[in-house]
Design a protein around this ligand. Structure first.
Ligand code: AHR
Length: 504
């Protein structure tokens, strides 16, 4: 079987926004407690943050991290998480039926972001709270001293404003599960008023309004139209979420789901265009895909805690999906989709980053390790920066429930900003056939294979665990070669590859 791709230097989608490789951390399960924060851990720094986790996050070069939720934020009082620790209240978290100690709040999260070299993206509670808390929080975080909340921040140890640019106006407000769920009209109006108020404080803030929680919501995509008609001029991005699952144990259907993601993005891109036309606006709202990942392995084991059968535990094991090789292929396809749709998707956040449906796992008092999904995320974040190329793809395909002719070869291409490297991220979705890949290179000049990394040769179920953390790791590939402007490589069945060319 053969696939032929044409890559031309001048056929570009556009510059990839670095924020495409963002992540998300919620006060949920062990994401914060014993994930990033564990003062008694042997690697803990002066702030109680695990250095082993900081090192892994640094390796991922995560540009932005959304915090503190998620569903959690919709009943969160941000004031509980500031001030002397011993005075912070323990609260019942209604989203995940757990207890929140508030040992970590915005100050600790900011210090952690500095340690990992990332930017904060803060979500505002528009579920149980509203405009007044939103403006107070923004003044606390970004306001000058000499203002009421700026002085409170100073009294809590930080005179300098945190300077947070990105603000999410609530979380999944379309979801009936959300504390303070709203109709599109109720939410759109509130989002517009909150956005106007925050802009009165600082017009340069990047504001993200909630779109759909997934494309199966009955309100999708009318939700986006109505919400944007209320607040189009006041916001910068509309947020989308999607989680992927292989509940029927059908790999072909599972790996086709990135086509559904592509259609979801396309529909909302059109909705944005529609509202833009209605508004006669010059402004172009873009997409913040600020929750995406595989999520289903842990569903059954989480049921009791979520149903309240375990009381209100603090930081229990929740949403701890152990990812397998099949999920790594899925994450490779998802990231390829974001690169191909980087014209409209400006921010994307893998949900989440540590322990909770995450590429990084930790054991309390013990090790931290990389899940299978860590690797495609790592390669995309490390090398998927520059200009996304508009590739012409000729690949055999298969029909699925979500799309016809799903190409066996899923590929994206990125030309770096210096014009010195050309990188391809490739998934072979075929269960049994090795595919001979040919990439016709046009306009790039002389090229040589600089690096070739492969995830393959293990069962779809293979996973990295505490006792066997290196079961699925990338190996150096040997099949890629360039001659006379043609890149060739052999793609084993069910494989992920990163091929990086050095250009003369
Ligand atoms: O990431 C887990 C949860 O998924 C988030 O809290 C919520 O926003 C979404 O439903």
């Amino acid at each position: 079987m053969k696939a032929t791709i044409t890559a031309h230097r001048d056929y570009r989608i556009g510059a990839i926004d670095g924020r495409l490789y963002g992540a998300f951390l919620e006060h949920l399960g062990r994401a914060i407690y014993s994930g990033v924060y564990e003062p008694s851990h042997p690697t803990a720094d002066a702030n109680g943050m695990r250095r082993d986790v900081i090192d892994l996050v640094r390796e991922l070069n995560v540009p932005i991290v959304r915090y503190p939720g998620g569903n959690f934020v919709s009943a969160y009082n941000w004031e509980d998480g500031v001030g002397p620790r011993e005075k912070r209240p323990t609260r019942l978290d209604l989203a995940w039926h757990t207890s929140e100690s508030n040992a970590v709040g915005v100050h600790e999260f900011a210090d952690w972001c500095d340690a990992v070299g990332t930017e904060m993206m803060l979500a505002i509670n528009l579920g149980s709270r509203g405009l007044d808390e939103a403006r107070n929080l923004v003044e606390y975080v970004n306001g000058p001293t000499g203002s009421y909340w700026g002085d409170q921040r100073k009294a809590n140890g930080r005179a300098e404003p945190f300077g947070v640019k990105h603000w999410c106006l609530g979380n999944e407000m379309d979801g009936p599960w959300q504390v303070g769920h709203k109709t599109a009209h109720e939410y759109g109006r509130l989002a517009n008023e909150v956005a106007k108020t925050l802009r009165a404080f600082d017009n340069s803030l990047q504001l993200i309004v909630c779109g759909s929680s997934n494309s199966d919501m009955t309100t999708y995509p009318e939700w986006e139209r109505v919400v944007l008609e209320h607040c189009y001029e006041a916001v910068d991005h509309i947020s989308l979420h999607m989680y992927f699952a292989n509940r029927t144990k059908n790999t072909a259907e599972y790996l086709a789901l990135s086509e559904k993601l592509d259609a979801y993005i396309g529909t909302i891109a059109s909705t944005i265009e529609f509202v833009r036309a209605v508004k006669r606006s010059r402004k172009r709202v873009t997409i913040s895909f600020d929750e995406w990942n595989v999520w289903y392995h842990s569903n059954a084991q989480d049921r009791d805690v979520l149903a309240g059968a375990k009381g209100w535990p603090h930081a229990p094991r929740l949403l701890e999906d152990i990812y397998n090789f099949e999920d790594a292929l899925q994450v490779g396809c998802i990231l390829n989709t974001f690169i191909r749709r980087s014209d409209i998707v400006r921010i994307a956040c893998i949900a989440q980053l540590v322990n909770v449906i995450a590429p990084i796992m930790t054991e309390p008092k013990g090790a931290a390790w990389r899940q299978t999904t860590y690797y495609p995320y790592y390669f995309a974040s490390a090398f998927g920066r520059g200009e996304a190329l508009r590739l012409a793809v000729e690949s055999p395909g298969y029909d699925s429930q979500v799309a016809d002719n799903v190409p066996y070869v899923d590929i994206s291409g990125v030309h770096d900003a210096e014009g010195a490297r050309l990188t391809f991220f490739i998934v072979n979705r075929h269960p049994s056939e090795t595919i001979d890949l040919e990439v016709i290179l046009q306009g790039f000049g002389a090229a040589t294979v600089g690096d070739h990394q492969v995830l393959a040769g293990v069962t779809l179920e293979a996973a990295n665990t505490l006792s066997a953390p290196l079961t699925v790791t990338p190996k150096k590939g040997s099949s890629a070669a360039v001659a006379d402007g043609l890149l060739t490589a052999r793609l084993p069945p069910y494989s992920y590859q990163m091929i990086r060319l050095s250009l003369a």
